[in-house]
Design a binder for this molecule. Sequence first.
Ligand code: ADP
Length: 256
Amino acid sequence: SPTELSLARVPDEIAPLVGAFNNLLTRVRNAFATQRRFVQDAAHELRTPMAAIGLQIENLRAHVPAGEATERFNQLEAGVTRAQHLIEQLLHLSRQDAPQSVGNARERVDIEVLLRESVSQLMVLADARRVDIGFEGSIAAVVFAPAAELRSVFDNLIDNALRYAPEGGVVDVKLHEVDGHAVVDVLDNGPGIPQAVIGRVFDRFFRVPGAVAGGSGLGLAIARTAAERHGLRIELRNRTGGPGLMARVHLPVLPV
Ligand code: ADP
């Protein structure tokens, strides 16, 4: 591996040191792999019982007279949905951490098509939150990357915009050119992110204190890992002309 030092090219005195360093490196690498496998196995094992709990709640609901415990059932279902979301994100994250996870083939991806798919798939969430979501594409952009990885970048950003926008709010997704570069902007009119912690929201499990319930703190970490792997860059800015966040994704566009 390129990080390991070669014993062939070092003087005798430091050879033992190099050996020790390489041993340590191997142990650190193994420790990471073990941790990753643990997270992956644990998340995987939680999937089935969680799905079973969801079904049981549904069944119970059908046997209880309407109105009686509706609110409790809603809370239970929301809790299960949250847990399922967290489980899926943990699985996604541990897969991203695996060195061989690049198995996902690169292809020419039309960003407008991809964004339209993402927006239409998240329409259910938008409707549930009565948030108005719009898409506008004023340029053509093609990126060479695995489509699924690109989807995870935009799905996470749009999902956040929809969850942090107020009920009845507005989310806009725009593919356009800024200063001669292709970018995707995801705009919402929610509370934005306090300037003091805006650099930390990409950290795993970091959540702004008091952020709306339902999140895991993993979405942006997943989005950033996928973005960086394929030459995209995500920039977060509080909007200047009013409340809300702008997530801007700079695209490495292929010449068309
Ligand atoms: P979560 O699942 O908690 O939303 P993320 O990693 O996606 O996790 O985001 C991390 C934190 O960044 C969130 O808990 C929230 O505090 C903040 N955040 C992300 N997107 C937005 C947004 N569009 N508006 C306001 N705050 C946001």
